[in-house]
Design a protein around this ligand. Structure first.
Ligand SMILES: [Zn+2]
Length: 234
């Protein structure tokens, strides 16, 4: 029933908008939109780690998260960046450690990890192996995140023979716990630049860094690109 006029279409009448007495009705003479079923091969999981089919009333949550996953974490105004890359340790001020915590949520969600790679939100404290995060800023956002600590238990992984059970090694090396790049900045060498920075900061060559296992496909691609013959894993 039309709510203004009380007009009721007969049961067998074709579906069409009711045209009232107004001078201009832009739906006058309109033809009904046609519908049809299509089998589309779309999954239900988004690459950012959230579900495409959001729970009722939570569509906004995914949209917000997806934007952060795509562009990076917005840099708070109260943190003074003196250059593109910031090295945050467990002894840095809380504002910096909170920013690392925010960045750590993105790979956690994307890869469905149970734990965040950064949890140091208490008082500044020294950690064994000097746990630290490298935050790369571009266009006002943190677009790259690498968390690492120094460790002295490694094995070599020959990438040519693809044998991951190589010799044990006890030299102190910087160990990559996780490396993540915002989606729109991927495949442009950002991850490689972060690993290079880690090596420079420690004072070793890029092939001397160690990669934590299990290593993701994306991580292995990056490792192979930086060190084609073989890598250190721990
Ligand atoms: Zn998404």
């Amino acid at each position: 029933m039309d709510r203004w006029s009380g007009h009721v279409d007969a049961d067998d009448a074709p579906l069409r908008p009711w045209v009232g007495g107004r001078g201009q009705n832009l739906s006058f003479g309109a033809v009904a939109v046609r519908f049809s079923a299509v089998e589309v091969p779309v999954g239900s999981d988004c690459r950012c780690g959230m579900r495409l089919e959001a729970d009722w009333g939570h569509a906004e949550t995914h949209a917000v998260h997806h934007a952060v996953w795509s562009f990076g974490v917005q840099v708070p105004r109260n943190l003074e960046w003196l250059d593109d890359l910031a090295v945050v340790t467990t002894q840095s001020s809380i504002g910096w450690r909170r920013l690392v915590y925010k960045a750590a949520r993105l790979p956690q969600k994307e890869n469905h990890y149970d734990f965040r790679s950064w949890t140091h939100l208490g008082e500044p404290e020294k950690t064994e192996g000097d746990l630290r995060a490298y935050l790369l800023k571009a266009n006002g956002y943190v677009i790259g995140y690498l968390v690492a600590h120094d460790a002295d238990y490694h094995r070599s992984w020959d990438l040519v023979d693809d044998s991951p059970d190589g010799d044990a090694d006890e030299r102190l090396r910087p160990r990559i716990d996780l490396v993540w790049v915002a989606d729109v900045y991927r495949r442009q060498g950002v991850g490689a630049a972060l690993v290079q920075k880690l090596a420079d900061d420690f004072g070793c060559r890029v092939g001397d860094v160690s990669w934590s296992t299990p290593i993701s496909d994306a991580g292995l691609n990056l490792a192979r690109q930086l060190s084609p013959d073989g890598i250190w894993i721990s």
